[in-house]
Design a protein around this ligand. Structure first.
Ligand SMILES: [Fe+2]
Ligand SMILES: [Fe+2]
Length: 175
């Protein structure tokens, strides 16, 4: 069985892959002149990059080996404008399972410092699944008039994420 350190190094690759996937989604929307959707996913990409760098900082702090990984190629073409958000929600669900598995590994190893580190990511996943589900619901409702999704995002986005305050430090500083 993988140790917590091995598993966390794998997770760094998943977080960077999630970041690349969100850039690919942002570029898809940018190319279609859907600037609010593009901005939303460019921002998500930065957040995923920050998640990876928080994990890098944790490994640096605990004097464990850090492996900066190659990442899986993102999906770059989509059947329609709703498909990227469906993909994003699937990705967030998969990451939630990975983060939960990391918390379980830490707990089973009796490593409470590592377990506590994972708690912030569990909260973050709850928030991300909730907001991505909401966006998917809006996209499905407005799939014949995506410009109304742009209006929705212009109106609803930009609120502060209260989780930012308690976020773990990121190597080199969070972007
Ligand atoms: Fe993440
Ligand atoms: Fe995420």
């Amino acid at each position: 069985m993988a140790t917590f350190t091995e598993q966390l190094n794998e997770q760094i690759a998943y977080e960077f892959a999630a970041s690349q996937q969100y850039i690919a989604i942002a570029v898809h929307y940018d190319a279609e002149t859907l600037p609010q959707l593009a901005a939303h996913f460019y921002q998500q990409a930065i957040e995923e990059r920050n998640h990876a760098m928080m994990m890098v900082q944790y490994l640096l702090d605990s004097d464990d080996e850090v492996i900066i990984p190659a990442v899986a190629a993102p999906q770059i073409s989509f059947a329609d404008d709703v498909a990227p958000v469906t993909l994003a929600l699937d990705q967030e669900r998969r990451v939630t399972a990975q983060i939960s598995a990391l918390a379980v590994t830490a707990r089973e190893a009796g490593d409470l410092v590592a377990e506590q580190f994972m708690h912030w990511f569990l909260q973050e996943q709850r928030e991300e699944i909730s907001s991505m589900s909401a966006l998917l619901q809006v996209m499905e409702r407005l799939r014949d008039n995506i410009m109304l999704v742009e209006d929705y995002l212009a109106r609803e986005s930009g609120g502060e994420n209260p989780l930012e305050v308690g976020a773990p430090p990121a190597a080199g500083g969070a972007l």
